[in-house]
Design a protein around this ligand. Structure first.
Ligand code: AMP
Ligand code: GLY
Length: 418
């Protein structure tokens, strides 16, 4: 079969790479893809934007695509799945109504309340004055979040009342609606689960590293590195996450009449008491989490995605995983998550791969036989090892080979591994 992957990040390179490991997949088409998918064997980029639904539908017909997989949240929240389903195209991803679990944090909170899913206490506000009164009554630290999609820039963890009030002004100006919620402490874990709308199955848990600086300091980013599995998520905790979070949330979505076939990504805080609480839901594969979860997967990915699309996930045998660990270290452009430069030549990808790493490309493009930087997060240097320590060692040894002007990466990915 031929599969079309929508998007152009490290996640989409990892999706294409994994799909092509399957004996069932002969070609992957990426719209628009990046330098990594442009140079991946049996993969073809088409320069079609992620929100050009008609262009994507046309490519599906032209290339006889059997399945479309949507990577990013923006086309999902714009209704790409509704558009393609109406045209009888098999597509993995939630409809616009399902994607609201990520595109509206206040609605996600309503679903969590309905489902009795543990999460931070919160309130929704549309005017600054009421929000300020609330902040003053509860104090800091406190978390202020824009209601809508904000490309990772919509959350401010305020350590003082003044900071929280400034955050209200800033976020209200851009989004018109915000939620203010209790500050949670503990360890963050991402659990990506696949669902066909009837059954839900968690994938191997991962831990992301959101902050730009080492020891989790500085600004929030899309994610600077990840590892999987996470020993903190024991079998017992995993079962609780399934029973207390994933299944009730799916049921609440069903009760809203939502037919959700895609990834439900639970961003969790495991409190010091060991309780899992939801920080946020996303309607898609996480990035960089996908870059460590998929290389550990033994079951062919297309079989899982098709089972979701065709609503027969319950009949699929248990997912098979490799033993060992995967680690991904992101190489970013200097300046990210603020302003950064593009168009810098990248050297050493082949050498890094010869050291045993998988180099997933994110913000890159192929230009006249050369790979150039084209975004903030540029590469995800990923390694699978028999142990976590081995995976870390391979990833960082491979990183030594990579060079581009003003390259930056965290040297402490996995520092909380336990
Ligand atoms: P989100 O986009 O909701 O995942 O938020 C981005 C990051 O902000 C999360 O990964 C956390 O590190 C932090 N964060 C969000 N909500 C909370 C909370 N209630 N308590 C503590 N940290 C939070
Ligand atoms: N790595 C965080 C996310 O995908 O939202």
């Amino acid at each position: 079969m031929k599969v079309l992957v929508v998007g152009n990040g490290g996640r989409e390179h990892a999706l294409g790479w994994t799909l092509l490991q399957s004996p069932n997949v002969e070609q992957v088409i990426c719209t628009p893809g990046n330098g990594g998918t442009a140079t991946l064997h049996n993969c073809l980029n088409l320069s079609i934007a992620v929100d050009d639904f008609a262009g994507i539908a046309q490519a599906v017909a032209e290339y006889q695509i059997s399945l479309v997989v949507v990577g990013p949240e923006v086309p999902l929240s714009l209704g790409i799945v509704d558009y393609l389903r109406e045209r009888q195209i098999a597509v993995f991803g939630p409809t616009q109504s399902g994607a609201k679990i990520e595109s509206s944090k206040s609605w996600a909170k309503e679903i969590m309340t309905q489902a009795k899913v543990p999460t931070a206490k919160s309130q929704t506000f549309t005017d600054a004055e009421t929000a300020q009164v609330y902040i003053q009554s509860v104090g800091a630290p406190i978390v202020v979040k824009a209601d809508g999609l904000a490309a990772g820039k919509g959350v401010i963890v305020a350590t003082t009342i003044e900071e929280a009030i400034a955050a209200v002004a800033e976020l209200l100006e851009n989004s018109g609606k915000l939620i203010i919620e209790e500050f949670l402490t503990g360890s963050e874990v991402s659990v990506l689960a696949v669902t066909d709308g009837l059954t839900i199955r968690p994938l191997s848990p991962a831990q992301d590293h959101k902050r730009i600086g080492e020891k989790d300091t500085g600004k929030n980013t899309g994610g600077m590195g990840a590892y999987s599995p996470v020993p903190l998520v024991t079998e017992e905790l995993s079962l609780r996450i399934e029973q207390e979070i994933l299944q009730p949330t799916l049921k609440a979505l069903q009760q809203q009449g939502i037919d959700y076939r895609g990834v439900l990504y639970a961003g969790l805080m495991i409190t010091p008491a060991g309780e899992p609480k939801v920080i946020e839901f996303n309607c898609r594969f996480g990035d960089p989490e996908t870059q460590v979860v998929l290389p550990l997967l033994k079951t062919p990915l297309d079989e899982i995605l098709l089972a979701c699309v065709e609503q027969r996930l319950a009949q699929l045998p248990p997912l098979q995983w490799k033993s060992g660990s995967a680690v991904c270290v992101v190489a970013a452009a200097g300046g990210y998550p603020d302003a950064y430069q593009k168009g810098k030549a990248i050297a050493g990808i082949l050498e890094a791969e010869q050291k045993g790493a998988i180099v997933f490309q994110a913000g890159t493009k192929l230009h006249q036989a050369e790979i150039l930087t084209d975004g903030g997060r540029v590469l995800g240097i990923t390694a699978v090892g028999d142990t976590f320590a081995e995976a870390v060692a391979i990833a960082y040894a491979a990183m030594e080979s990579i060079e581009f002007e003003a390259m930056y990466y965290r040297r402490d990915i996995g520092h909380k591994y336990r």
